[in-house]
Design a protein around this ligand. Structure first.
Ligand SMILES: *[C@@H]1O[C@H](CO)[C@@H](O)[C@H](O)[C@H]1NC(C)=O
Ligand SMILES: *[C@@H]1O[C@H](CO)[C@@H](O)[C@H](O)[C@H]1NC(C)=O
Ligand SMILES: *[C@@H]1O[C@H](CO)[C@@H](O)[C@H](O)[C@H]1NC(C)=O
Length: 202
């Protein structure tokens, strides 16, 4: 009985620990890091190399991970194969844009924020997608496979490789007044999960 209660308390603590609070909207670099770490997938836009939309933007969903929930590095890693339509675009032009949104969590629905509302924070990362090798591939594998365990079973004959978004600019829509930009340096300096008071939980 006592043991049971202790277990339940531990589970409750774990659950509360998981409901991390959203940073204040004016701390845009922290907000960007927070949303990127929260989201398990992103829409990736490439410049299409496929007819009949050759040369046009092409957006597609990809699993991402920048590390464990609550302790991400900010670098979104991807697990890709050249058989994939958007990855074929990247072979011609690695420039792309990744967008993530708190609409992908329960936060916006719980607060009555429409996905297009700036109060439902959304982040766009501009840059290029580059393959990673060696020790960074091990980092990418640990980040991705911990949050997407089914990746282990993806067909080996697809020649999967690890890649990352090489971020050149971060765009943050998290409040009224238009988009705010964050440099990669500011983004990587931010500490998304530092304790702060007076804001919402997810
Ligand atoms: C967070 O990740 C870093 C490496 O990126 C690691 O050194 C640290 O121990 C981790 N912290 C927690 C609380 O897991
Ligand atoms: C990783 O390896 C691939 C294939 O061997 C190579 O094309 C690519 O340039 C390498 N990337 C880095 C960052 O070393
Ligand atoms: C990342 O992008 C910057 C700016 O375009 C470039 O100078 C750098 O070489 C890129 N890094 C990699 C690993 O591709």
């Amino acid at each position: 009985m006592m043991m049971m209660m202790m277990m339940m308390m531990l589970m409750l603590v774990a659950a509360l620990g998981g409901s991390l609070s959203v940073p204040p909207h004016e701390q845009v670099a922290r907000m960007a890091r927070f949303v990127v770490n929260k989201c398990e997938w992103a829409s990736m836009a490439t410049i299409s190399t496929h007819d009949p939309v050759r040369g046009q933007p092409f957006s597609n969903a990809f699993s991402i991970s920048d590390g464990p929930a609550g302790n991400g590095t900010g670098t979104p890693y991807l697990f890709l194969t050249h058989l994939e339509i958007s990855v074929q675009d990247l072979q011609v032009n690695p420039q792309s844009s990744l967008s993530v949104s708190l609409a992908q969590t329960s936060y916006c629905k719980n607060h009555g924020f429409d996905p297009q509302s700036p109060l439902c924070a959304h982040i766009i990362l501009s840059g290029s997608v580059v393959e990673v090798n060696g020790s960074e591939a091990s980092v990418a594998k640990a980040a991705l496979f911990s949050r997407h365990p089914e990746m282990i079973d993806w067909p080996t004959d697809h020649n999967w490789f690890f890649a990352k978004m090489n971020i050149t600019q971060v765009w943050v829509l998290d409040y009224f007044g238009g988009v705010k930009t964050v440099t990669p340096e500011e983004y990587y300096r931010a500490t998304p999960y530092r304790k702060h008071s007076g804001s919402d939980t997810l």
